[in-house]
Write a protein that binds this ligand. Sequence first.
Ligand SMILES: Nc1ncnc2c1ncn2[C@@H]1O[C@H](COP(=O)(O)OP(=O)(O)OP(=O)(O)O)[C@@H](O)[C@H]1O
Ligand SMILES: [Mg+2]
Length: 219
Amino acid sequence: MLTFYAIILDMSIIKIENLTKTYHDKTILDNISLEIVPGELVWLKGASGTGKTTLLHIIAGLESPTSGHVIIETKKAANKVGFIYQDFYLQKQLTIRDNISLPGVFAGMPKKSRLARTKELAAALNISDILDYKPAQISGGQAERACIARALFLNPAILIADEPTNNLDEQNSKNVLNIIQEIWRDFDITIIIASHDPLVKDYATKTIELSKGKLHENT
Ligand SMILES: Nc1ncnc2c1ncn2[C@@H]1O[C@H](COP(=O)(O)OP(=O)(O)OP(=O)(O)O)[C@@H](O)[C@H]1O
Ligand SMILES: [Mg+2]
């Protein structure tokens, strides 16, 4: 019986326990708990300002909670989470090639491997022809795909996409969601997409909603 429970407990890749986040005296996340098992494609929905980005940043370790914990259970010690930012954060002065390979620079990857990995991801995401361009010279959909490539660079266990269809028309939104779905099918990866876009529903295996500081599952 104990072994049985151990297997069950080991199953979640993300475990959020009694998480609270307050800014000044405003409570954004109010004692929330959640478990996500590996292989899910989660849609995190919620109105603007409900705390989706805050929650994702805490899961990724980019921000610390006021109290509570996030536990990421994966054998991949070095690179647990790849993050696609809401506002892209592509470095203006760098080419798309150098933007995509930046995580490899920080991880100390040799240049030859970085270039090979960039080439491989660019081909997979259909942006091989814009690698020499600067961010100002590419479209929103291409920027989104460059950000996906950068987030996947170190082959993370979890991919987080914060409003990946923001500012895209319906066709481009579908294109981006199709790409994320392909990544989800082809790689051994758990994905969370934060979005107000109802299109995401068709892609998700699980829906959670943030509202008034609380999480509601499968809404
Ligand atoms: N650094 C900060 N200092 C103070 N308040 C903050 C800070 N970051 C976020 N907030 C507040 O926390 C709340 C949640 O913000 P968050 O960006 O997480 O919302 P969101 O659900 O991602 O919204 P959107 O859908 O517009 O992206 C907002 O009311 C915001 O003003
Ligand atoms: Mg946000």
